[in-house]
Design a protein around this ligand. Structure first.
Ligand SMILES: NC(=O)c1ccc[n+]([C@@H]2O[C@H](COP(=O)([O-])OP(=O)(O)OC[C@H]3O[C@@H](n4cnc5c(N)ncnc54)[C@H](O)[C@@H]3O)[C@@H](O)[C@H]2O)c1
Length: 357
């Protein structure tokens, strides 16, 4: 599928669901960024969930970013119970604006929703030659270390460092070892999973994906990933005075149209306020080259920097196109049906888009 055709299709889809032109465009960009950078769990595959929530009127389709508090370089916003695909980028824009003005700025947001893949936000900071730190909490899927009940999200942390000739250094990672989606895939395929991925409802490691799906995901690097997830909760929900733990609606409650009640945190730092920007960007480039040229272990073809693999995937997808698996292509045709369009005779979304765009 041609990238621009699919982007226009997603924009039109959101427009059809009542989003403003600007919000439809931004939301489509976040989805496309995930798809193009290979974060497929957060790309087109997630569209049916967003569409279903908009159709049911589960969130605010036209949210306003409401300033609750402003003090010096810090701002707290209320996301008006809108989708994170709208609220996240709006809050980011404010953080970038303030960082450019003050050299450093922090923005916390409450009453938002799932904001998509983290590298969208990282790239925006980098495009503006800013360093960015981004966090979001999520609905609980992990237990506190030593616990057995879902209390904490897979709370991703994202760091972004701009470069000049090179790609930006972007560390964008969940604080769980594996995602819920990976367990779902293994469950459908009736495959075992590593015992490090999940625990059963008694808090014991399991290789059965279904037991894991009913239990909890394991944090990255045991107590360290758990600790990091706690810090993300602190800088998102606690700092924004949003919800945490099981007060954040579960998947089941979301199906009953509960507000998502997710909080985000954005911190921008302008390297130009430390020493001249050109010098900094050149220095980052030299750092990238240095790391990539480090001697490789036996059997390793290339050393990567964080964010490099996603950057390469983006470049390749922009040069070529997006290809969906047959199963996903067929499944995604459902979103066309969901907005009342006739899909008779179409084998999948790709075919429908080719015909209509
Ligand atoms: N919005 C939400 O609620 C939410 C929750 C959890 C995760 N997410 C998103 O899910 C996505 C996937 O998260 P993940 O933890 O599975 O990511 P991942 O494990 O695929 O990658 C994590 C990081 O490691 C880097 N990396 C991967 N392989 C590497 C290598 N060989 N050498 C050097 N660096 C390498 C990547 O560039 C990335 O920065 C992210 O975009 C994240 O923001 C979102």
């Amino acid at each position: 599928m041609n990238v621009e055709k699919i982007r226009t299709f997603v924009e039109d889809l959101f427009d059809e669901l009542g989003l403003s032109e600007e919000n439809a465009k931004t939301s489509a960009d976040v989805i496309l960024q995930a798809e193009l950078t290979g974060v497929l769990t957060h790309g087109l595959a997630k569209l049916p969930q967003y569409v279903a929530r908009y159709k049911r009127g589960a969130g605010n389709n036209d949210p306003e970013l409401k300033l609750i508090n402003e003090h010096g370089i810090n701002r707290l916003y209320d996301g008006d119970n809108g989708s994170g695909l709208i609220v996240g980028p709006k809050a980011l824009e404010q953080c970038i604006k303030q960082t450019k003005k003050h050299g450093i700025a922090a923005v916390a947001v409450r009453h938002s929703g799932h904001f998509g893949c983290g590298n969208y936000y990282a790239w925006k900071f980098a495009e503006n030659n800013l360093i960015g730190i981004i966090m979001t909490n999520t609905l609980p899927l992990m237990a506190p270390y030593g616990g057995k009940q879902r209390e904490i999200g897979t709370n991703p942390v994202i760091f972004s460092i701009p470069a000049r000739e090179e790609f930006p250094i972007v560390l964008d990672m969940a604080t769980s070892l594996a995602t819920f989606g990976k367990l779902q895939i293994a469950s459908v395929a009736k495959e075992k999973v590593p015992t490090t991925w999940a625990k059963n409802k008694h808090g014991l490691p399991t290789d059965d994906p279904d037991e894991g799906l009913a239990g909890t995901l394991q944090p990255l690097a045991d107590h360290k990933g758990y600790g990091l997830a706690v810090i993300v909760d602190a800088l998102t929900s606690l700092l924004a005075f949003g919800k945490f733990g099981r007060n954040i609606p579960s998947f089941e409650e979301l199906m009953k149209n509960a507000h998502e009640d997710i909080s985000h945190f954005f911190l921008g730092i302008d390297p130009a306020s430390f020493y001249p920007l050109d010098q900094f960007l050149d220095y980052v480039d030299s750092y990238v080259v240095y790391m990539k040229n480090s001697p490789k272990a036996k059997g390793v073809e290339e050393i990567f920097l964080p964010g490099e693999i996603e950057f390469r995937k983006y470049q390749a997808a922009m040069e070529n196109s997006i290809t969906l698996s047959e199963e996903q292509d067929k499944r995604l045709l459902g979103i066309v049906e969901a907005i009342g369009e006739d899909t008779t005779g179409f084998a999948g979304l790709s075919q429908w888009i080719e015909e209509h765009y």
